[in-house]
Design a protein. Structure first.
Ligand code: NAG
Ligand code: NAG
Ligand code: NAG
Ligand code: CU
Length: 580
């Protein structure tokens, strides 16, 4: 038994004996010369909360929104003891981690684990491999992250290895999200009906670190509104702040900026970059960036802006969405007064139409791929051994509901209580077409995926289990040999936007046994089927032992009257929630 697998089995089975370890929730952990096991205790409940002043039922970890931050050091081992105090199942995904040797803790129900039944505890225990940087965790069951189950996951580099040590004085984590005033239950009921024509639910607001204001005169009838407040960042003058920005949206892409300050981009999804100076930063759902901002401007207060890319949302006319989400940056000495700074883009107050910031001009897309290069150079992965073309399309199914398709297949999820990783134990198992399984049989094969989105809106695609190279991104149809590829030290990340009417090309090496989801991170599109799964190195995976407490989850089966994709509908007041 290796040290690591020994560590794993301890973490999973002898938890009580480990209670003396620190609970790393608030303060960042001290650096230690040897990696530590960091244990977190999470209780998942439903409650009422008003992040933007509008009260609604939410699902939370430890009564917090955003949920508790996981902050560890390079090489640490993470143990999360989840107490599911909900009356429905849940699972958690660690977005950005590769889950090498721990594929059953990746959190996708129906693929690599069975759901955590209501009223029970489950322990996630996994290594962080060699991953560092800005990541996040979120529920992967139903659409629960839209209802509040989301938080940041930061892996700090060791002083010996950190290329940016000394390049900044302090750091802050900024979680940006779109926000809905209704729980996902009623939203999904509309979205999954023929009447929606596939128009995603439009958010009512956006939040920066779980807060924003809302104009109560626009609130939907029946909801209580107290107006909310903004997050305030207290900055000292002449300091360099590393801002770790996470886009935990369900639908909206944002353009992030701080008035009168430039941003030096140094990290994308855990990959350190050659610094790039920008005025504003587009971030799609699931993506993360670190920027360094220097507080060398006049001592006053400034707006931090996360402008929603309304052109990537359905028409917002007639809705109550204010697409400009604000927080305050207060310089020490400037006092507690609201900023009066103006953004680089000032809409004409007399215009009747919604005006679009020209920085979003070419619709919602990533920073120019060809300008972002990893600090630690790696050659392009070649030669390609598996080339996979994935055509993205939407069409109505037999019940007239608009669904998403990859190569004509709409993913319906399979049976959450018989996940692919269990089915794979039978080497000759035949998968349902709707599970959209692709096997990658040969170790170290180089897989290229070409996303063809020549007829649709933008989709930020996330691959589990890997950090991939983004070798192409552009408009129109990808043409082998003709479309320009990013062949020199290409960007490495785990979530890349497939632009509207365009293509994206990624490559990765099949060296991580597991069942890995590939899906659009617009959470609504997950529900309508824009998902597939790789069984990577199925023979090696079969030889790995599923821990007993993970296997046991599959014995319970679904709660009574369970229905996939029914979302979160809180029990009516005075009614007892139903139990199994
Ligand atoms: C789950 O864990 C919590 C806190 O660690 C504990 O109080 C509770 O008794 C556990 N519940 C079950 C069903 O084991
Ligand atoms: C987050 O992602 C969503 C969905 O693609 C996008 O609309 C939004 O603009 C992104 N936010 C930021 C800050 O870039
Ligand atoms: C494995 O799957 C095949 C094909 O579905 C089936 O015929 C066979 O009985 C299964 N074997 C076992 C041991 O379950
Ligand atoms: Cu999508």
């Amino acid at each position: 038994m290796t040290t690591l697998s020994f560590c794993r089995s301890i973490a999973a089975t002898l938890l009580v004996a480990l209670l003396f370890f620190t609970i790393a929730d608030a303060a960042p952990p001290e650096f230690t010369s040897t990696p530590r096991n960091r244990i977190f205790f999470w209780k998942v409940t439903t409650t009422n909360m008003a992040p933007d002043g509008v009260m609604r039922p939410v699902i939370l970890v430890n009564e917090k929104y955003p949920g508790p931050k996981i902050e560890v050091n390079r090489g640490d081992f993470i143990t999360v003891v989840v107490e599911n105090a909900l009356d429905f199942p849940t699972t958690f995904h660690w977005h950005g981690l590769t889950m090498r040797d721990d594929p059953w803790y990746d959190g996708v129900p129906g693929q690599n684990q069975c759901p955590i039944p209501p009223g029970t505890n489950f322990t996630y225990a996994f290594g962080t491999d060699d991953v560092v940087g800005t990541h996040w965790w979120h529920a992967h069951f139903d659409n629960q992250y839209i209802d509040g189950l989301v938080g940041s996951l930061i892996i700090r580099d060791t002083p010996e290895k950190d290329p940016f040590l000394g390049a900044y004085d302090e750091e802050r984590t900024i979680l940006i999200s779109d926000w809905y005033h209704n729980p996902t239950g009623p939203l999904l009921q509309t979205y999954l009906s023929p009447q929606s024509s596939g128009m995603e639910p439009i958010p009512n607001n956006g939040l920066i670190n779980g807060k924003h204001t809302f104009d109560c005169s626009k609130v939907q009838a029946g909801l209580t509104c107290t107006g909310g407040e903004r997050t305030v960042f207290h900055f000292l003058p002449n300091q360099r702040y590393r801002l770790r920005i996470i886009n935990s949206s369900a639908a909206a892409a944002f353009l992030f900026s701080i008035d009168e300050h430039q941003l030096q981009v140094i990290e994308a999804d855990g990959t350190d970059l050659n610094p790039l100076l920008v005025d504003s930063l587009p971030i799609n759902a699931g993506q993360r960036y670190s920027v360094i901002v220097t507080t060398n401007q006049e001592i006053k207060n400034y707006w931090m802006r996360a402008e929603m890319g309304v052109e990537c949302l359905p028409d917002i006319k007639g809705t109550n969405l204010d697409p400009i989400v604000l927080a305050e940056v207060r310089y020490q000495g400037a006092g507690a007064v609201a900023p009066t700074s103006v953004g680089r883009f000032v809409p004409d107050p007399k215009a009747k139409e919604t005006q679009v910031n020209p920085a979003f001009a070419a619709a919602c897309q990533d920073l120019d791929l060809f300008q972002l290069h990893p600090l630690r150079s790696e050659p392009i992965l070649e030669p390609i051994t598996n080339s996979i073309l994935l055509r993205i399309s939407f069409k109505r199914d037999e019940s007239e509901v608009m669904r998403g398709y990859l190569n004509g297949i709409t993913f319906t999820g399979g049976n959450p209580w018989v996940p692919t990783i269990v089915q794979n134990l039978n080497a000759s198992h035949e998968y349902e077409v709707s599970q959209h399984v692709m096997k990658l049989e040969k170790r170290d094969s180089i897989v290229q995926i070409i996303f063809d989105n020549s007829r649709g809106g933008e989709h930020p695609f996330h691959l589990h289990g890997h950090v991939f190279q983004v070798v192409g991104q552009g408009h129109g149809v990808y043409e082998e040999g003709k479309s320009v590829l990013n062949t020199i030290n290409p960007l490495r990340r785990d979530t890349a936007t497939v632009p509207k009417n365009g293509y994206t090309v990624i490559r990765f090496k099949a060296d991580n046994p597991g069942v890995w989801a590939l899906h659009c991170h617009i959470e609504w599109h997950v529900t309508t089927g824009l998902v597939m799964q790789f069984i990577e190195l199925p023979d090696e995976l079969r030889a790995m032992k599923i821990p007993a407490h993970v296997a046991k989850l599959c014995e319970t089966g679904p709660p009574n009257d369970f229905k996939m994709h029914s979302g979160f509908t809180p029990p009516a007041a005075g009614k007892k929630p139903h139990k199994k």
